[in-house]
Design a protein around this ligand. Structure first.
Ligand code: SF4
Ligand code: SF4
Length: 206
């Protein structure tokens, strides 16, 4: 798996969920199919009067989520910015030609209330629950950065093996200290709760 393949899968899913946080701190999520993929970039259409647009203009933070029929979760933690003015009309027309139903939603010139946002930079999380053991990996789009999540085992591990026995994915390897195979970890926390000496620690400082 890689970033490019993840983007191809998003394209195949077609309708993606976009999550932001509103001015009151509440989560807001909506499904969008008015999307155009161009090389590694993603463009999407919304209307300037929507709260979604205002939330994006505030700080651009958005999470974009897809779930495939193969039980793959693909999530982009991204920064969305308005596409350059010189590209707005062309991108709106392109998305409308790729999604003919939009002409029914915004007939004629009413599409001019639209705005195109683009995503060039993102962290991509790929999480496949349809394989055994499960598989996860993170990739970067553009100048995105990867945030560490899950758990790791510190040097004060005494090698008792309790974490290994309680791990649903059997992804903890014996050693000094024991070691978590991050690509197969669920982030479930069972090892964390079962370690008698607190050698299992959360990654990313949380
Ligand atoms: S978090 Fe869960 S899946 Fe990951 S190593 Fe610990 S017990 Fe195993
Ligand atoms: S439960 Fe804790 S001390 Fe025991 S092997 Fe696992 S990490 Fe090491």
């Amino acid at each position: 798996m890689d970033a490019k393949t993840c983007m191809e899968k998003l394209k195949l899913v077609g309708v993606l969920s976009f999550a932001t946080v509103d001015s009151k701190g509440n989560p807001q999520i909506r499904c969008i199919s008015a999307i155009h993929f161009d090389n590694d970039n993603l463009y999407f259409f919304t209307a300037r009067g929507k709260n979604f647009c205002q939330e994006l203009l505030e700080n651009g933070k958005v999470q974009i989520l897809a779930y495939t029929r193969f039980k793959e979760m693909i999530r982009l933690s991204a920064k969305a910015v308005p596409a350059p003015d010189s590209e707005q009309e062309e991108k709106i027309n392109r998305i409308f030609s790729e999604q003919p139903y939009l002409a029914n939603v915004y007939p004629g010139d009413t599409r001019k209330i639209g705005i195109i946002f683009e995503v060039r930079n993102a962290e991509i999380e790929y999480f496949n629950l349809g394989v055994n053991p499960i598989f996860r990996e993170s990739y970067i789009l553009g100048a995105g950065t990867i945030s560490e999540k899950g758990y790791c085992i510190a040097d004060n591990c005494i090698g008792c093996g309790k974490c290994q026995r309680s791990c649903p994915q059997r992804c903890i390897v014996q050693g000094k200290p024991y070691h978590i195979q991050q690509e197969h970890c669920l982030h479930c926390g069972s090892c964390y709760e079962n370690c008698p000496v607190k050698a299992v620690q959360k990654r990313g400082g949380k």
